[in-house]
Ligand binder design. Structure first.
Ligand SMILES: [Zn+2]
Ligand SMILES: [Zn+2]
Length: 272
């Protein structure tokens, strides 16, 4: 999954060893250069790598138009189909592993924020309970582990008899460029991880308002309101030579905050 495609996206895809032919969904928040400039090049590189699998792209309706016009003008022949889903509030796409939802962001052009929800996992499997119910080890155990019922000697055994309660999947939120809003706080509620616009420091709050971005403090306030578990600040203005002060300002409001950076790897824990 790729969230927006800035200029450097190809290098990052290669550095992160993301297979160019693998199952992938690209989410584009809005049509500003710093969020789409890398998309065409990425599609071209995928074609050079002979990608065959369809590629999911979610974004504003205009994105598809832009892709069609530019790839025609530049004679880019793709080796794989694009499955485009138009962003609109609500569920926009379901894949084998995730559900993708969108909400309107508050920016200078039409823009969307996204929540990616991993499907829940079946509960913890208790082998002793399966043995007690005389379910033979092997295929039938794995069926039960996957949350499906089995029949043993004419008796039906439900997964709930041998497993704990289903475990929720992880939930990741991404704001794109936006002002904070009560709607977004609701939209991101309960995310395990939130990546939020943090273009400005609090001393430049007026610029954040004017240019429809957020300060790191506003990002932190929203993270707190939404009850997320971890916040990553991103999209820093080039005027700041270091992000340390932006992180400090945010941590005063929401301690579990980190600054996004090129090549940074973070893991998202399962909710307990
Ligand atoms: Zn923008
Ligand atoms: Zn931007």
């Amino acid at each position: 999954m790729i969230l927006d495609c800035g200029e450097g996206v190809q290098r990052q895809v290669i550095d992160a060893s993301v297979g160019l032919g693998s199952d992938m969904t690209i989410l584009i928040t809005h049509l500003h250069g710093d969020h789409v400039a890398g998309l065409l090049g990425l599609l071209q590189t995928m074609s050079l790598a002979q990608r065959r699998k369809p590629l999911n792209i979610v974004g504003p309706a205009e994105l598809l138009k832009w892709l069609q016009v530019t790839s025609e003008m530049l004679h880019i022949g793709l080796t794989f189909p694009i499955r485009f889903s138009e962003a609109r509030p609500g569920t926009v796409l379901r894949t084998a592993a995730f559900r993708f939802r969108a909400a309107r962001a508050v920016h200078s052009v039409e823009a969307f924020a996204y929540v990616v929800e991993e499907y829940g996992r079946p509960g913890v499997f208790y082998p002793e309970k399966a043995r007690e119910l005389k379910v033979p080890e092997g295929k039938l155990w794995s069926r039960l582990q996957k949350g499906r019922a089995v029949v043993v000697g004419g008796r039906r055994v439900e997964p709930s008899q041998v497993t704990g309660p289903p475990r929720p999947g992880r939930k990741i939120g991404y704001s794109g460029d936006t002002r904070p809003s009560p709607g977004l706080a609701r939209f991101f509620s309960g995310c395990d991880f939130l990546i939020f616009d943090s273009t400005f420091s609090r001393k430049d709050a007026d610029k954040a308002k004017e240019r429809k971005h957020s300060t790191s403090e506003e990002a932190a306030e929203l993270a707190k309101k939404a009850g997320v578990r971890k916040l990553a600040l991103t999209h820093f203005s080039a005027r700041y030579t270091s992000t340390a002060s932006l992180v400090r300002e945010a941590r005063r409001v929401f301690p579990n905050t980190v600054a996004g950076a090129d090549g940074l790897t973070l893991s998202v824990d399962y909710p307990s």
